[in-house]
Design a protein around this ligand. Sequence first.
Ligand code: GDD
Ligand code: MN
Length: 383
Amino acid sequence: MHEAVRPGAQSPQQQAAGRDAGGLLQLSVVVPTFNERDNVTKLYRKLETALSGIAWEVVFVDDNSPDGTWQVVRELSHQDARVRCIRRIGRRGLSGACIEGILASSAPYAAVMDADLQHDEAQLPKMLALLDSGEAELVVGSRYIEGGSADSFDRQRAGASALATEVAKRTLGVSVADPMSGFFMIRRDRFEELAPQLSTQGFKILLDIVATAHGKLRTVEVPYSFGTRLHGESKLDSMVALDFLGLVLAKLTNDTISLRFLLFAMVGGSGLVVHLTTLFIALEMFKVPFAEAQAAGAFVAMTTNFILNNFLTYRDQRLKGFAILRGLIAFYLVCSVGLFANVGVAFSVYDQEPIWWLAGAAGALMGVVWNYAMSGLFVWRKR
Ligand code: GDD
Ligand code: MN
């Protein structure tokens, strides 16, 4: 006769497979990775120790890292079914990776943490207990409450983090002490409700969740010490500041103004300066006839606009190699049609109301909206 299995308890086989007696998972740990090949195995072993007795899985979401992180994860998953790997091709972004990982998991609770061992996996059982008891719907690993710390930060990074935290709290009315944390655990059903409104761009997924929930998520913070990165380097660069501002802007305007559109319009404005400068040089220095000089100005401005947009506005979908040429040609076409739309609208406004600046502005607005919409469809297509 074999021993009866207590309901909710795990048989050794189930524990090995990360399931409880009902075959169900309790916790999915989602780990975004980019060039973390030397860290993932270490993290997996640490999770194994920290989560013993819990039915867990870990979902690594890798953006096709050049260092082959996903291959290391695949090998791990062949030895342990609790390890899963999502390999994304042609996409980049921490927030998007986390969202995809959580949505791909099936446990009632999902944790997000870095692969580089800067987050403290030993806090996970405590965080899970807070969710499981119903005390919280979101648990934040916090550096900025009693008992937490971020001593591994240099002065510059500490200052930037403090500033961003302050801005987020004031502008978005967020009351969490550490909304920039990349370490948290959430009820999946609550996350699922918010997911359609979350931005896939940028780094600040927790801030996005908290701001989008408008205070309706019962939140508890647990302190932890932000450690030093084990191997490899941080992917947080100065562009992250831009992403942060974009998120604040989008949340403040109820998602009507996106940072992408604002950047696109700003690049368009720079194109005007480029256009006029080229026109001036062609006319004055090279004595080119006006029509040709004007065409040259438009051509140069479209080219610089394309380069800037590829570098800034669409940096998460940046075209590379041969795709640059294809994209550039598509961009010329889009902008040429945009010019017709611009002139057409300006004409008809002027016809109704002969105010030159009003007609001009209406035409320009039409042009930028057209170029933006069409560029998103034909130049920087979402793959
Ligand atoms: N899939 C994917 N795609 N993963 C990424 C990407 C990406 O484009 N960029 C970064 N990651 C992964 C890294 O591999 C790492 O596991 C994790 O996301 C965090 O990236 P780091 O580069 O280590 O960021 P950090 O340590 O400088 O910043 C962390 O701490 C901040 C708090 O100060 C992050 O957790 C931030 O979200 C957090 O705000
Ligand atoms: Mn890190």
